[in-house]
Structure formats: structure tokens, C-alpha cells
Design a protein around this ligand. Structure first.
Ligand SMILES: O=C(O)CCC(=O)C(=O)O
Ligand SMILES: [Fe+2]
Length: 224
């Protein structure tokens, strides 16, 4: 019953939000969402467990883990140096292919998609209280697309301008299965998450309460 009225039942327009931003609602099939949730629980076993990254001494409200490169503020590393030095889990090849398919389908630019080789995934878990302040994804060295996948409860995602964390911005609702890409003129747009909407997830994704967001990034860094 619950799943009849989850957010995936809403008819939502998708496509180009503004130059460089694409939103494809329900891009991940229900089966893919369920499969990724199962993988998410496996990632939780380590080697670096989900953690609240500290920014300026304060823990973020989201719990994060990384694949490929460990992210800590302003820095990517191969070991989680802020958490005892465990090696980061490897990037998974199905995520690379998923990212390439996402870029190809959203943008229609086959060359940009083929050149896209994301080597890091940041996996965030939001409980119902969690939010993310306005920021730029600017720790990557090259200007490749950011591919964002959302699963579980819906979120209000705030998409700002490229100059500062203030207005103008626009609020988008990201539901389970949604794909969002920012690239080109919007690659360095400020963005954040202002709210999680409880009880909006499809029951079949089996996450329980909360939201997962996975962002795929191409860092431009070389492992040494
Ligand atoms: O949860 C989201 O939709 C955005 C996450 C994000 O901005 C990030 O991980 O840098
Ligand atoms: Fe971000």
C-alpha cells in the first residue's frame, strides 16, 4: 500500500534544468535501486566504515564513505588519514559504466560519456534530520561531470549559482532512482540538501528510513 503512494508515483518533468544540469527522474529501475541498496550495506562493513566527516571541527550530519579515493575536506587520499589510515575501498567498474551511461543518456554526448572515467564515488547516507550545507564540488583537478544518484527517501536539493552560496538558487526534489548531472557551465555550481522527506521511499528499495546519495567524480589525480 505504502509503495503505491511513494514519490515515484508522481509525474515529474525531467531533462535540462539549466545549461549544464540534467535531471532524469526515476532513471534507476526499482531492481537497480534495490541492488545498489544491498551493495551499500556491504560497503558499510569497511575497510573504512561510514563516518561523519569533520568540517572546521564540526561533524557533518550525513554519514559518508568513499570508493576509489577517500574524501576529507579539500583533499582526496588513498588512505583514510583522518580515521586511522585504513586503505579506501576500490572504485567499482559497474559504477564507472553506470556513470558513462548516465552521461550518454542525459546529455546525448557520446564522446563526453566515453571520456568520462570516474575514479571516486562518495556515498552519503542521510537520516531524516541530516542536511548538507551549500558547497561546490571543487576538490577534483579536472572539469569532468558529477553524476549523482539518489535512492530512498526524497530530498529537497538546492541548486545555486557558481559565484557564492547565496541566491539565486532553485530547489529540486530528488526522489528514489533520480539521476542528476552537473557539468559544463554548472559544474561548479554551489549546491546542498535542505531537507529529507520521510516516508517517500518506494518500499521495494529496502533501505528503510533515510536516503542514499552517490556522486561519481573524476578526480584527475594519479595514485602513487
Ligand atoms: O545528497 C546530494 O544530493 C548531494 C551530495 C553532495 O553534494 C556531495 O556529496 O557533495
Ligand atoms: Fe556536492
Amino acid at each position: 500500500m505504502e509503495s503505491l503512494f511513494d514519490d515515484s508515483a508522481l509525474a515529474r518533468a525531467g531533462g535540462i534544468v539549466r545549461p549544464g544540469v540534467w535531471h532524469l527522474p526515476g532513471w534507476l529501475s526499482p531492481a537497480a535501486q534495490e541492488w545498489i541498496v544491498a551493495r551499500f550495506f556491504q560497503w558499510g562493513h569497511g575497510p573504512v566504515p561510514p563516518h561523519r566527516t569533520h568540517i572546521n571541527g564540526h561533524p557533518m550530519s550525513v554519514q559518508s564513505l568513499s570508493l576509489g579515493w577517500h574524501w576529507s575536506p579539500n583533499r582526496y587520499s588513498k588512505t583514510a588519514d583522518d580515521l586511522g589510515g585504513a586503505p579506501v575501498a576500490p572504485m567499482e567498474q559497474w559504477l564507472v559504466r553506470l556513470g558513462q551511461n548516465a552521461v550518454a543518456e542525459a546529455t546525448g554526448d557520446a564522446q563526453r560519456a566515453a571520456a568520462y572515467l570516474p575514479d571516486a564515488a562518495i556515498v552519503n547516507f542521510y537520516d531524516h534530520q541530516a542536511t548538507m550545507g551549500m558547497h561546490q564540488d571543487a576538490d577534483e583537478r579536472i572539469n569532468a561531470p558529477v553524476v549523482s544518484l539518489s535512492i530512498g527517501d526524497s530530498a529537497t536539493f538546492r541548486l545555486g549559482n557558481t559565484e557564492n552560496r547565496n541566491r539565486p538558487w532553485q530547489d529540486l526534489r530528488l526522489a528514489s532512482g533520480d539521476l542528476l548531472i552537473f557539468d559544463g557551465p554548472a559544474r561548479f555550481a554551489y549546491h546542498g540538501v535542505t531537507r529529507i522527506h520521510p516516508s517517500t521511499a518506494p518500499a521495494g528499495c529496502h533501505l528503510g528510513a533515510g536516503r542514499i546519495n552517490i556522486t561519481l567524480r573524476q578526480t584527475g589525480l594519479q595514485a602513487i
